[in-house]
Design a protein around this ligand. Sequence first.
Ligand code: G6P
Length: 610
Amino acid sequence: MCGIVGAVSERDVQGILLEGLRRLEYRGYDSAGMAVIDGGRVTQRAREVGKVASLAEAIETNPLSGHLGIAHTRWATHGEPSQVNAHPHMSGDRLAIVHNGIIENYQDLRDELKADGFEFTSQTDTEVVAHLIEQYYRKHSNLYDAVKAAIARLRGAYALAVLHADEPDHLLVCREGSPLVIGVGIGENFIASDQLALLPVTDRFMFLEEGDIADIRRDAVSIHDREGTPVERKIIRFEHGSDSAEKGEYRHFMLKEIYEQPAVIKATMEGRTTDTRVLEQALGTDAANLLQDVNHVQIIACGTSYHAGMVARYWIEELAGVPCSVEVASEFRYRKHVIQRDTLFLCISQSGETADTLAALRQAKQAGFRAALAICNVPGSSLVRESDLVIMTQAGPEIGVASTKAFTTQLTALLIFTLALARHNGLTEEREAEIVKAIHQLPGQVDQVLALDAEIAEMSKAFMDKNHSLFLGRGSQFPVALEGALKLKEISYIHAEAYPAGELKHGPLALVDSEMPVVTVAPNNALVEKLKSNLEEVRARGGELFVFADSAADVKAEEGIHVMQLPSVHEITAPIVYTVPLQLLSYHVAVLKGTDVDQPRNLAKSVTVE
Ligand code: G6P
């Protein structure tokens, strides 16, 4: 994913920009670049394919020095990774910009600008924005007005930082669908796509809101909202110690990671969705060409990632109407397969280093699949390097062995992928908009579930001295039940089995008695009435029920039936929301039992051997 850094200072900004880029390396990128305005008021630029270290070497040989500059790490979407496609992009020799996101109408704008005499040197959507701003600059002779006029013509998602040698005292930045933060210094100011890039220079940040344009000077920051009204954005101090590799105020990494979910789900959707659509190009340069050919999806993964794949199967078949198979990697790699034509091979992995998943991918590459897509959380991992297309989840480092935030961000990425695929398979714009809206509601809904933490901790007491438990779900909630059972067994060592609720009477009902707690997830969907009959079957055998239910599902609490009401959620996004109370339940049971929550016995975070 691309990264942006910028600075306006009395000191030379080159070092600040390079350090900022280094701190963004964890996001994954394929090229890096920088532009600064020097004392002679000329815009100078350096760009390199590969690592930030290569850019640093290039700059050492040919220094760029100046008091105002922008820099970027690029993850290719439009046009291959190459020096000419790397940012910053320039219009003429005075205006330079860096951009995160996707401009959907770039082709029309490109044709228009070409007709007006602009020459293009790259295949990117970003260069279009550079020329468009320059065109308006010629008219308005004012960078703020030029940027404002240009962004009014853009469709898609973007965070932009713009400089112009004719106005060497300030930077302009704006955001729409991609994050951008201002770092507030003393006599100097900074901008970045992620506050982590700026921690060496400041700990005070202002977060731009959608539609904001900010003018950044050495000693002043002024912000206007979408309507052009001057606005103040609160300065927030970065809390040291809440760094991603620190537990901070939390007792365990697992709890911290459960609580990070609203933020990381948001980060995973950012830059990939507008208010109403998924930005297909954000899935990779070649995504559109590829997705239109796909006739079948084969998903491969292990552990929690496999459960994410199982949820995705429901989505892919329902929304895209494309057949989808899901299999654990350790089985897939050791059997013969019949590969249907134009099958997309999709691997899901938090670490990108799981031995079985990698082995399956390597086999698949020999076996005639259409292409390999990875959904992964670790940039630069083997899986990322060896796949044709990659969707990075933005969960940040996950330390707890029991996976939590990786799972919900995998689901977010998988749903975005599904919508992009479905668009080639008859999904209407209205339905896409409805589901994208539901995706945008997820961070708030997960927050509402987190607010139930104390009640869930209370509920967990009922599990503390049990040896067995049963988890039930139907439809896309069946994999959620599987994931809930996996969490409980991983960290509390209580035997937990998950069943599709309809299978109850084909076996597990024989186990049900007062010693067997039965956990059920019951969003209000077409299957809820059937699920309620299954709950009656449990209750009739003396089983104690713990039900997480939508209030509209009308599951009544009574003797032996404990009901916790969850927010009303869209049926498609419900698996993401309903996973969270099950994570909290397992966490609290484990804490009560005094097990090693973050490093459960016999398990490893990354299984790199067979
Ligand atoms: C291990 C971890 C699990 C994880 C699984 C797959 O078993 O403990 O949390 O789900 O590996 O790992 P991956 O990195 O491929 O998602």
